[in-house]
Ligand binder design. Structure first.
Ligand code: SF4
Length: 430
């Protein structure tokens, strides 16, 4: 009888990419996906611990799994992802219903659980297992982990230190994906410009982009998330020079206050961040830049917060992802800093940032009206095709367009979150 698996995923694109790879591996081994947990023989929870809410959702699933396992003791259960740290003893005690605990990208013990002792695959099974997405856009992790240790962040403890994938392995994966209909890859890393420093010869992200640009069928290359100090002039010059690389940056600032940045151990000052933006815009004046901001970080004063608002007005980001600070157990901030900004103050600051973002995004989007933008059609929602500009802005199309087509779209309407337009010219892709 065919073994069925159920895979639940929380969190960021890295986790989604891990889950897609795991599912591709299961499919390759002859397992089949189940649409519900209670119809599966193997249940995998791929977890996130960046926010408490994400962990709570996993706890609730684990409660349901405990019941299922009582009814069916043969059920195999895996807890993977960022909830699994270096020490799993505590997790083992708390969740005896789990058979295997696996850290991010730790696929091998899962393979053993579903296969039993298996033939040595020469270490080639996972590197040659590729997840083919349904649409024309795919995520490709290039560097795992993070060395930065920002005080509020759990990622380095759960995902480990920066570890780059070999360049030729990534190029092979992208070639395979583009041969199977993928037109755009997004290169992923917690700090993606850190790519390559730990590899022989130290290739950088620009070198990787150059190699990927040579793939005929691949039309677009994106990358995230950026970290200001790793973003060298050499990498920026490669983005500016290579037509297939999108001029679109996700560059978290987190705060506009030097005091808060120092307390966060972000590793740059406000002036250094602004200098990086200026360098980037000197090379690519129309680049799309998004950012992340935390409000209500321990000790954030009114003037610290005003400095953040001021920076948002000065830089004028395409989009701002804002979160109210909440302490994550295990982080430096959780150990050392009192969570001293009251919840109502955090909420008010969050709403203020959202209002600034909505106004500025609308103003930026208004400038697209009347222009023609190159859009890769990524899919259809309802009856309406959608895709993104080179700068990363979502576009809904009022005319039919084939998924996977590259279209020149005349922008007719702008809202704060998306644009709308009609196809002026579609370039069919082989
Ligand atoms: S750069 Fe800082 S916030 Fe980003 S993953 Fe690393 S430690 Fe976390």
């Amino acid at each position: 009888m065919t073994t069925r698996y159920y895979l639940w995923t929380a969190g960021c694109q890295m986790n989604k990419a891990d889950s897609e790879k795991l599912a591709a591996g299961f499919d390759r081994l002859g397992l089949r996906a189940a649409d519900r947990m209670d119809r599966a023989d193997v249940v995998v929870l791929n977890t996130c611990s960046v926010r408490q809410h994400a962990e709570d959702r996993a706890y609730s699933k684990l409660g349901r799994i405990r019941q299922l396992k009582q009814e069916r003791p043969g059920l195999k259960v895996v807890l993977m992802g960022c909830m699994v740290g270096l020490k799993t003893d505590d997790l083992r005690k708390r969740f005896p219903q789990v058979d295997v605990f696996a850290r991010p990208q730790e696929f091998e013990p899962i393979l053993e659980l579903v296969q039993g002792p298996h033939e040595d695959l020469g270490g080639e099974f996972w590197p040659t297992t590729y997840a083919i997405p349904e649409g024309p856009a795919a995520f490709v992790p290039v560097v795992h982990g993070c060395n930065k240790f920002c005080t509020y962040c759990i990622v380095p403890y759960r995902r480990g230190r920066e570890k780059s994938r070999p360049l030729d392995e990534i190029v092979r994966e992208a070639a395979y994906l583009s041969d199977h209909g993928v037109r755009e890859v997004t290169l992923l890393g917690q700090t993606v410009e850190a790519y390559g420093h730990d590899l022989p010869g130290q290739p950088d992200l620009g070198d990787l982009m150059r190699e990927l640009s040579a793939l005929d069928r691949l039309q677009r290359i994106r990358f995230l998330t950026s970290y200001p100090r790793d973003m060298t002039h050499r990498i920026l010059a490669a983005v500016a020079e290579l037509p297939k690389v999108m001029e679109c940056f996700s560059l978290p600032v987190q705060s506009g206050s030097d005091a808060v940045l120092e307390s966060m151990r972000r590793g740059y000052t406000r002036a250094e961040y602004l200098a990086k933006i200026a360098e980037l815009r000197a090379l690519m004046p129309g680049a799309g830049i998004t950012t992340d901001v935390i409000v209500g970080y321990p000790g954030e004063t009114v003037s610290d917060f005003e400095a953040t608002c001021d920076l948002l007005e000065e830089v004028r980001f395409h989009k701002v992802h804002v979160a109210a600070y909440s302490p994550r157990p295990g982080t430096i901030a959780w150990r050392k800093l009192p969570d001293d900004v009251p919840p109502d103050v955090k909420a008010a600051r969050l709403h203020r940032v959202e209002a600034i973002e909505a106004r500025i995004s609308q103003e930026i989007h208004d400038r697209y009206v009347g222009t023609v933008q190159e859009v890769l059609v990524e899919g259809v929602r309802g009856e309406q095709p959608f895709g993104r500009t080179r700068t990363g802005v979502l576009v809904h199309l009022d005319t039919p367009a084939r998924t996977g087509a590259m279209a020149d779209v005349r922008i007719e309407h702008a809202g704060p979150w998306a644009l709308r337009g009609a196809v002026a010219d579609a370039i069919a892709l082989a």
